[in-house]
Design a protein around this ligand. Structure first.
Ligand code: GLA
Length: 373
């Protein structure tokens, strides 16, 4: 009997750099130890996907279209492998995992990357990290029809345990920043799930993306050297303000200031300055709440409450927005009291049981593969 191929891909939480990854900006995510497991067994014919979370099976064909179901994510990956001319022998794949769905922790990228690595191994080949991440992003953009950037697929593929990953989304160059420098060695990353579901494929994510692209085009027309918002300055934005609708101006302001915060965070992380990193996270939250306008009352409450609790350096909305999770930087010895008080306050205010995850930076799919071999 031919043995099964088993591949794991993590989820991710973004520490800083939100909505900067589709206009050439900077992001600072880390992989988290939730996982999607893809198990592939060879078959006589057909390309079959099953999931432990959903009933039924899906058989892919060359001319199929997206159905709006979970299977669009792995099927989209298969179509992108075919588009590269990779010959994938018939298979049955089962997906299984524990990345919270619709929580802004990259369940989609986790499924895509686990699927891609498993099917590449099944086809007897592999891709380097940037090509693998780009393939998974194309699966989501072109087959699923979700307008996401590159951050999630990249970090889920390329992360290294113990580190955050500082990615330039224009050049796809990155640096791994240790999470145990200076004060950071005594801090924990705490994620609070508001249980308000978010979606990148539907909803206002696409609206925000179009607003940014509109502003970027106007900036580029006046300042050709600022080819994207990742390279634009706040002075350049002010110079074209009268040409921009108010909402477009505010969205661009968020992105330009957010890129500046990530640049500062790089120094804060390298010097282990938890107070500074926390301050930048708070600035990011206010910018998302007031300028990017992708927060919701539940998330604002979780972020504001976190800051009132002992040991919390900073808290912000993380991920695609309009629901999902907050991420907080908390002194490790204060974490038990912090999580208890945060969950109790949230329950009292919204009558919702928040899920709270105390997390550490995990390996991406490629590093997990290396360690398994
Ligand atoms: C979602 C998208 C990412 C990124 C974030 C916001 O997670 O998939 O590409 O745009 O939202 O930073």
């Amino acid at each position: 009997m031919t043995s099964a191929i088993v591949t794991n891909a993590p989820g991710r939480v973004n520490l800083l750099g939100e909505h900067t990854d589709y206009t050439g900006g900077l992001v600072l995510p880390m992989a988290i130890p939730f996982a999607t497991k893809a198990t592939v067994t060879p078959a006589a014919e057909g390309y079959v996907f099953a999931s432990s979370a959903f009933p039924g099976e899906h058989t892919s064909t060359r001319d199929e279209k997206a159905t709006g179901e979970w299977s669009d994510y792995p099927a989209g990956v298969l179509h992108e492998l075919w588009a590269l001319g990779i010959s994938v022998p018939p298979f049955k794949m089962t997906l299984d995992g524990n990345v919270p769905l619709g929580a802004g922790l990259s369940s989609s990228a986790s499924i895509e990357v686990a699927t891609a690595v498993a099917l590449l191994r099944h086809a007897g080949t592999m891709l380097a990290a940037p090509e693998l991440a780009l393939l998974c992003q194309r699966a989501e953009n072109r087959f699923v029809g979700s307008p996401c950037g590159i951050m999630d697929q990249f970090v889920v593929t390329a992360a290294t345990a113990g580190h955050a990953l500082l990615l330039n989304t224009r050049t796809l160059t990155y640096e791994l920043l240790p999470m145990n420098t200076g004060d950071l060695a005594h801090c924990s990353i705490v994620i609070a799930n508001s249980m308000v579901r978010h979606s990148v494929a539907t909803g206002d994510y696409g609206v925000r993306r179009r607003e940014l692209e509109e502003g970027q085009a106007i900036l580029r027309a006046r300042f050709p050297q600022a080819e994207d918002l990742g390279r634009a300055t706040i002075d350049q934005l002010e110079a074209v303000k009268s040409e921009l609708a108010d909402n477009v101006y505010k969205r661009c302001k968020h992105v330009i200031t957010e890129n500046a915060r990530v640049r500062e965070a790089e120094h804060a992380m390298k010097s282990g300055d938890a107070a500074k990193l926390g301050e930048l996270m708070n600035g990011s939250h206010y910018s998302q709440r007031d300028d990017f306008e992708d927060s919701v009352p539940e998330i604002d409450f979780l972020a504001a409450t976190a800051l009132t609790l002992p040991g919390c350096y900073g808290a912000r909305l993380t991920g695609g927005g309009f629901g999902g999770c907050t991420v907080s930087l908390v002194a490790s010895d204060k974490v038990p009291a912090f999580t208890e008080a945060l969950a109790a306050a949230y329950k009292a205010k919204f009558n919702i049981d928040a899920e709270i995850y105390i997390t550490t930076p995990a390996n991406g799919a490629l590093a997990q593969l290396e360690h398994a071999q």
